[in-house]
Design a protein around this ligand. Structure first.
Ligand SMILES: [Zn+2]
Length: 849
């Protein structure tokens, strides 16, 4: 059990470790509950350090023996490791420890999943394997010997030798311990090869449990495409003889970029048309790319300390979104990313969990793998690129790789290459890393004597620990349109640095219509009251696909808010304009599907809250449902043509073209279901030959209260497929009527197949509940209480997943006094649990404020 009074760690307290690690030799004698780990590590005094204290991290280890230069030593045992007197010169540390992988349900360190051994060391899991300076700035070369009867024995780097019951691996690239990995199991591989641009022949494998080998082909193609893309776009080549990916069922995260041996949550790599949706395929492609890209941005150049997590994550998320834009559609990717940002990062940044992209303190680093570090971190890179331009960005990146290869770096190092490559002073831009909260941007306009002036005002509301904010550098992409819809000023990036600043456009014949924040050029909330007419005009004419979508989204949001607060009907002018756009077959179907997506109910709650109105989740649900109903009724005449247009007759391919058609078809089916009670959906469910069609039909049937038979037959068909069963569990809760959601979730937790210790299954049910806005916030508090009960139960087994799922409560202060009291009571009940983990303790105390 972890200690009850967690320590806070501060960025400003950073000190280098007293020793450097010259090399590491590890031997693993694998036994489910008594694995022996023998380490032999050479340490030398670190010339950059003054403090020569020899203190190693270690948790949940049983020390069998410890030696320095061959002689037994008796270390002082500490809560989080050990300490011993060490020579002020090069020496060899040897230790033998015993660990219990089978009993490890936290899924950090070495653990077992379905009879297979695997590891998860980021951020601080290596200290549960052996005593070591478990910090990212300590990098070393690892040699690993694995002894086990299992047929497949893998570690980082290249294979050196193997025999009956053992294998040896050597990784020539110095790395921090968080990138260490080991896998041993009865696995089968999907092999391939890749020749790098300089002619190096690389062996590629995806390792899976027997029976899953037919679900690897897509992942392998995605891997090869990623390797090629990183060569072509960033000039980065792969650097080992072999690259292994392993699929694991029990995994806290999506995937992990361990050097040469990526370990994936099986949901993020296994794919087949029958079992995976188009969204799954796209996500798998992106995650494989993301983990592969870490080989350079994260592994070859790593983070000095965990405060710098955004250095590797922001950049790598930015790189994987560039990759997806190139593979698929750039506007569709951009809009999807912004929906995600507003759905996850904005609420985080506007609530009690708000923190800078580079936090300055933490108790448990696992709690900072957040949308702010990842997604806002990526937005910051996108802004930087927009400000310096594509050529300077490429030059700076080349300099970054040249200058820092093999190093553990900071945000200062990262910004310095941009300053050196461009001559710019980025000291103000750096605030994006230290200042938390979402900036608000107000705009006013003036037209006089052919000159059009835009005046912007920015301010960022206070966030926990930061009352006063300084102005940020904002790249504001603007285009100007004439009344007839032609573009009079193409996209121009304005660089705002002051709290208030004006920009002029001269030589205009008439007052233009502005299109502001094109491509969502900065992660801000634009506070501009735009007339309905102007948004309708932009929906029809804007040449920027993002802002065209944004105009419709704004109209949808304003229309829904008016329905909720003033009891008015649906905005028919907007519905008609949207109908014209959706029926326009010259537009990409995937883009049209996004035009049809309404603001989420949580987003509407946030908007109401900001307008000083206490959001009523049920009223939000009702307005959204009414709008959907009106949309279906008034669009009945265009549905047959859309059905025809979105039919896919070719063999299934999860590519942009086909998946776009299926996405639009799913929206059309939802409208048809409102008109026919589910007849078409039922037929589609029965004949579907791929998961995308099957699941979209099932969703419609659940929403139409006509899914009882379909849910049974879906279960019978897929009960042996763990990943498809996660969908079955999740969808029933996420798509349930508000009054049924918590009951449905409770019933499912009693289901024979509810394996709550499996993070995917737990997240399916409770992530589904949290996603069902009106269901989770049901006035009787049953949603809150159920989640709290289960979080308390899970914390004893898996602190990391528990803490992360606590974020379902992060918006609690938005709601009425009664709901607030109920949520606060749940959080308090969690916090008062005996033996609560460090992860969850920190999270709940931040949520309570
Ligand atoms: Zn990552």
């Amino acid at each position: 059990m972890k200690d009850a009074s967690p320590q806070t760690i501060y960025l400003k307290d950073y000190k280098p470790f007293g020793y450097v690690v010259d090399d590491v030799h590890l031997t693993f004698k694998l036994v489910p509950n008594s694995t022996r780990v023998v380490s032999k590590i050479t340490f030398s005094p670190n010339p950059d350090a003054t403090d020569r204290q020899f203190r190693l991290h270690g948790e949940q280890l049983k020390l069998i023996s410890a030696k320095i230069n061959g002689s037994d030593v008796s270390p002082v045992m500490l809560d989080d490791g050990l300490m011993v007197d060490a020579p002020n010169e090069t020496f060899v540390w040897e230790a033998e420890v015993e660990i219990a992988p089978e009993a490890n349900t936290a899924l950090e360190g070495l653990y077992m999943s379905n009879g297979m051994y695997c590891t998860q060391c980021e951020a601080e899991g290596f200290r549960k394997i052996t005593y070591y300076p478990d910090r990212p700035d300590v990098m070393s070369v690892f040699t690993v010997r694995i002894e086990s009867d299992l047929p497949v024995l893998l570690s980082n780097g290249n294979p050196v030798a193997q025999g009956e019951g053992w294998a040896e691996w050597h990784d020539p690239w110095p790395k921090p311990a968080y990138l260490f990995a080991l896998v041993a199991g009865d696995l089968v591989n999907h092999p391939d090869r890749f020749v790098t641009q300089s002619g190096k022949d690389v062996e590629l494998n995806i390792w899976v449990r027997p029976g899953d080998e037919n679900k690897c082909a897509f992942g392998m193609e995605a891997l090869k495409a990623s390797m090629r893309w990183d060569e072509e776009v960033y000039g980065r080549e792969y650097d080992l003889d072999i690259f292994n990916i392993v699929a694991v069922d029990d995994f806290n995260m999506g995937a992990m970029e361990n050097k040469g041996l990526n370990i994936f949550n099986s949901s993020c790599v296994l794919a087949s048309p029958e079992t995976s949706t188009d969204a799954n395929f796209e996500r798998i492609e992106a995650i494989i790319a993301h983990e592969y890209f870490h080989n350079w941005t994260g592994n070859r150049i790593t983070c000095r300390d965990w405060f710098q997590l955004c250095l590797k994550e922001g950049l790598t998320v930015y790189r994987d979104s560039q990759f997806t834009s190139d593979m698929r559609s750039a506007p569709v990717k951009r809009i999807s990313d912004v929906i995600e940002l507003r759905g996850r990062q904005f609420p985080e940044d506007q609530g009690p969990l708000s923190h800078p992209v580079r936090p300055e303190s933490f108790q448990e680093i696992n709690n900072f793998y957040t949308a702010t570090v990842y997604e806002k971190g990526a937005e910051v890179i996108g802004m930087l690129k927009l400000l310096v331009g594509d050529d300077a960005y490429a030059k700076a990146l080349d300099m970054y790789f040249d200058r820092h290869d093999g190093q553990a770096c900071t945000i200062e190092d990262w910004l310095k290459v941009f300053e050196d490559a461009t001559g710019r002073d980025l000291s103000q831009f750096k605030r994006w890393y230290s200042q938390s909260g979402t900036p608000r941007l107000a705009v006013s306009e003036k037209f006089e004597d052919g000159t059009y002036t835009l005046t912007f005002k920015q301010h960022t509301p206070p966030t926990p620990g930061q009352d006063v904010k300084e102005p940020q550098v904002l790249p504001i992409a603007v285009g100007l349109l004439a009344q007839d819809g032609t573009e009079v000023t193409p996209t121009t990036v304005l660089e705002m640095t002051e709290a208030e600043q004006s920009f002029e456009f001269s030589g205009l014949d008439a007052k233009p219509i502005p299109s502001i924040l094109r491509g969502f050029s900065a992660p801000v909330v634009l506070e501009r009251t735009t007339s309905r007419e102007e948004n309708l005009f932009l929906l029809e004419h804007d040449t920027d696909p993002f802002n065209r979508w944004e105009a419709s989204r704004t109209l949808a949001r304003e229309g829904l808010i008016a329905m909720i607060t003033d009891g008015v009907g649906s905005d028919t002018l907007w519905l008609n304009a949207l109908k014209t756009a959706v029926a326009d077959s010259t537009l990409d179907p995937a883009y049209r599907a996004l035009l049809l997506s309404l603001p989420t109910q949580s987003e509407l709650a946030q908007t109401l809250f900001e307008q000083g109105v206490t959001p009523d989740p049920m009223a939000i649900w009702t307005a959204t449902d009414t709008l959907r109903e009106d949309m279906a009724k008034s669009w009945a005449d265009i549905l047959p043509a859309l059905v025809e247009e979105t039919k896919v007759i070719e063999t299934f391919k999860p590519d942009a073209e086909q998946s776009g058609k299926r996405a639009l078809a799913a929206s059309v089916l939802a409208m048809q279901t409102r008109l026919d009670g589910g007849a078409v959906a039922k037929a589609q469910f029965e004949t579907a030959d791929n998961m995308t069609l099957q699941l979209s039909a099932l969703t419609c049937l659940i929403q139409a209260d006509a899914a009882e038979d379909a849910l049974k037959s879906f279960y019978d068909q897929w009960k042996d497929d763990r990943l498809v069963m996660d969908k079955w569990f999740g969808l029933q809760v996420a798509a349930a009527k508000p009054a049924d959601a918590a009951k449905r979730a409770k019933t499912l937790t009693e289901h024979f197949d509810f394996d709550w210790k499996n993070p995917n299954r737990f997240r399916a049910v409770f992530g589904g509940l949290a996603m069902n806005h009106a269901g989770f916030h049901n006035a009787d508090g049953s949603g809150y209480a159920l989640l709290a009960d289960w979080l308390i139960k899970l914390d004893a087994k898996n602190p990391q997943t528990t803490a992360r799922m606590c974020t379902a409560f992060q918006t609690w202060k938005r709601y009425d006094a009664d709901r607030q009291a109920k949520m606060r009571a749940c959080l308090t009940r969690i916090s008062e649990t005996k033996g609560l983990s460090r992860d969850t303790t920190e999270m709940v105390s931040r949520l309570l404020g």
